[in-house]
Design a protein around this ligand. Sequence first.
Ligand SMILES: *Cc1c(COP(=O)(O)O)cnc(C)c1O
Length: 437
Amino acid sequence: MKPLNSKVFPMTSAIDEKGQLVVGGCNVMKLANEYGTPLYVLDHETIVAKCQEYRYEFESRYQNTKVLYASKAVINLGLADLIDSQGLGFDVVSGGELAVLKAAGVPMETVYFHGNNKSYEELNDALDVSIGRIVVDSFHEIELLNQLAGEKGLVQDILLRVSPSIDPHTHVYTTTGVLDSKFGFSLETGHAKLAVQQCLKASNLRLLGLHFHLGSPIFETEPYAKAIEVVLEFASEMREYGLELKEFSPGGGFAIAYLDHDNPPPVKDFADVIVGAVKERCGALNMELPELTVEPGRSIVGPAGVALYTVGAIKEIPGVRSYVSVDGGMGDNIRPALYQAQYEVVAANKMFEKNVGPVTIAGKFCESGDILVRDAEMPSLEQGDVIAIPASGAYCPSMASNYNLAPRPPIVIVDNGSARILRRRETYEDLMALDSR
Ligand SMILES: *Cc1c(COP(=O)(O)O)cnc(C)c1O
């Protein structure tokens, strides 16, 4: 067995004597055989290491830090247990995610609720489970939440989501902290100031601080430093209206390597820049240091995931390209079709074989845009080979759909040579379970 030493594959990845990929001590050909493909494999050790890396790098620089896992990257009961056991809190963006965390028994005081249009029912549920914080994102929500909390005789702790007009240089679909965004109260337009005043007047809301999230994935540290400066400056100005900044969050969005040549800053660089900027600005503005919350999602589970597919039809168009079609695609990974995301890919049963030229890995869904990887250098492939796409832990199963009525794939977690199913494959019965006639 030989370690793979790749920055895109989980840290336990290796190649065995037969030239087959091994993750978490499990041969992936055996996993594919046992659970079928498409299959999402999560490496326990990588998730634990990432949780601990975030905690260590932030807490060692700034003791009063809380690391929250952004559930939308991917969540289910088993992952909630695992991430909770590592001492992280959670953020959620829907009543569905909240229900999973509640059912898992996660302590509700470390759950934060985000979203630009939380519904009456979602806010009601959040209050009923005594959620830690609600991160308020609109004037409508300030009113609705204040009224709801009042009816229940509660005072809810909140943060305000502000938009600092800082561009983090990522895909326009995943940019969230600029002026032209549906998220957050803009500092530039004066809406943030109005929102602070309104929250401070709301008798059933306790405004504890400010939050921003610039987008994702962010490959630079500089946008965080700039945005922290702007938002803390704003917090300082709001003191005259009675705002005491007890809590502050620069969100998540920390990039991971999807391609071998990607060079995302290590966690410690993000921690250096964020902690440095918070300490420096608070010092300069004569503000007490707030509690700091950071919200990594992608960077906790993304590097831990590998997607496995089986090769089926191969179509060679002479002088044009070769399409290698697999048994999954945009139904389980919409990212390439949605925002031109790029991935590495390997033949999991031919890890020692030489590449023979580029092929295009196509999905099986009825859309020409259903391409997983374009122009991938691969060994000679045939029907039955298993290909593995790394860095697939985040925003793949969580964004999966039943398009073409494809059952969504299972998720297994591997650790030290054993595999455990976290979520089973959907069945045709599941697909019809909600129908009536
Ligand atoms: C999506 C999101 C995150 C996590 O982003 P990642 O890229 O997964 O780290 C954190 N905070 C908020 C408010 C989000 O919407």
